[in-house]
Write a protein that binds this ligand. Sequence first.
Ligand code: NAD
Length: 536
Amino acid sequence: METIPFINPATGEQFGEVATATPDDVTRAVKDMRQAFTVWRRRSVKERVRVLRKLQEEIIDSLDEITAVINQNTGKSRQDGLIEVMMTVDRLHQYYKNAPKWLQRRRVPPGLYVFKNYYTEPHPYGVVAVIGPWNYPFDLTMPVVCSALLAGNTVVLKPSEVTAATGVLIEKLFQRVPELAPFVRVLHGGPTVGAALVQSQPDLIFLTGSTTTGRKIAKAAAETMTPFIAELGGKDPMIVLEDADIKSAAKWGAWGAFYNTGQTCMGIERVYVVESVYDEFLREAVAAAKSVKIGYSPDLHNPNDMGPLTFERQVHIAQEHLDDALAKGAHILYGGKIEGMFMEPTIIIDVNQDMKLMQEETFGPIMPVMRVKDETEALWLANDTVYGLSASVWSNNMRQAKRVAHRLDVGSVNVNDAISHYPVSLLPFGGVKQSGNARTHGKEEILQFTQLRSYAIGRPPMPFDLATRMREPDHYKLGAAILRLSFGVTPQQRLQPIQEALGETEKTPNFGKLVRTAGMATAVTALAIGLLRAKK
Ligand code: NAD
């Protein structure tokens, strides 16, 4: 039996393990969840909310257990673990309040078919495969699974193998709510298990992960035409303009670059500073980097800001990007040292767009800073990437800041802050370009787990219904008259059919007569509709 060990990246200690799912486990999970879907989809949204609130209760009761596991599993502080849980429960709290409204049936105007009722209804897909990452193993998994459930789907979750201990904890939390447990299955394992899940033909695949994995899954999903949505990588730029509060830009820019040891999809990965404030920005950024305390503690009161990188692969990528930049002429202004899994907060200057550091996702505590001439150059360089997740613009000239913000090819922009858009539960979050096509947060997150179905409801077509008559042959004149009356652009076009009906030939219509006739026609139609609706 293959197992995945749980390793604390800060200490190197193994603190447990879990069995890897076999191909049979994958097939069985999808089959079971397809069966369970027939039950869960019939529950009303209010009923699903009632059950999901029990999970919320369980999460809050298990707060210390959750932050302890996240801390051991990733090396981040208990407080940062708490922030993950906070973001999760805030988002779910909003969804439980609003989802019954968002998932309602919506009436659609009938157009010419006035005797029928038209409406749309969001329906769940069926079995949703959720494949998760390791950088925020709780917050990037739990709300997505709960959103899919809330929309009426059942879920097969494959958490990241890198943070398998958190995956096991998530599984336990679901199992502690007996009313919910039959509708979620968790499979532990790495890319092989993920690929088997994709192959098992779920009804929708949701990935949070790298663009490389997104590309692989998109190819596999295309073979079976399985719908696939994804939250992928980023290379988020920060632009500092001449009117910015430089101290604040440097402090919060550095925070955005170093938070979670730089392992944040919307972390600051590139900084472009206009030349008039470049030196001052660097001075302040170095001061901010110097104040970051590196270390690890399992205690609730942790004096450290920055923990270790979460696993070996991240250490290699950070080192590789650093070496590539230095070989191409960059210089380390501050930091640069890697010891074991810990890396100093690092500021690099003399960088250019050809370096890996400026093009590929680093996902480590490195802040490359480039001097630019002006807003135009900053914008051009910021958009010179295949990614488009988020960005940050700094200026006290709000007109200029907003102008730049709207020209950035990204899914979300912060003005005078970093990452502050993400914790806002009802503000949609997601990427453009190769950063993905999914949206989390808000109504959009819930609705993306549904397919809209349309209904046209009425009695058999009635002979006096204009839309019915038009379907019969030899009604060209009637059709043309309705078209002109309904969609004519000028008054002349609209009134022409009435004029013809009255036998008027003069160019200027008799408006008094026309208005009286139109009024009569409207009153008769309204009366007919009223009578018919009253009969239903
Ligand atoms: P990853 O792509 O290596 O792995 C993500 C998940 O995909 C894991 O569970 C992994 O086991 C699985 N997987 C890998 N290969 C697979 C395959 N061929 N078929 C099916 N599943 C497969 O990403 P990661 O290293 O876990 O996470 C970090 C990446 O995620 C970064 O690129 C980061 O920017 C991105 N990310 C994006 C967001 C966002 O919201 N846009 C949020 C967090 C992380």
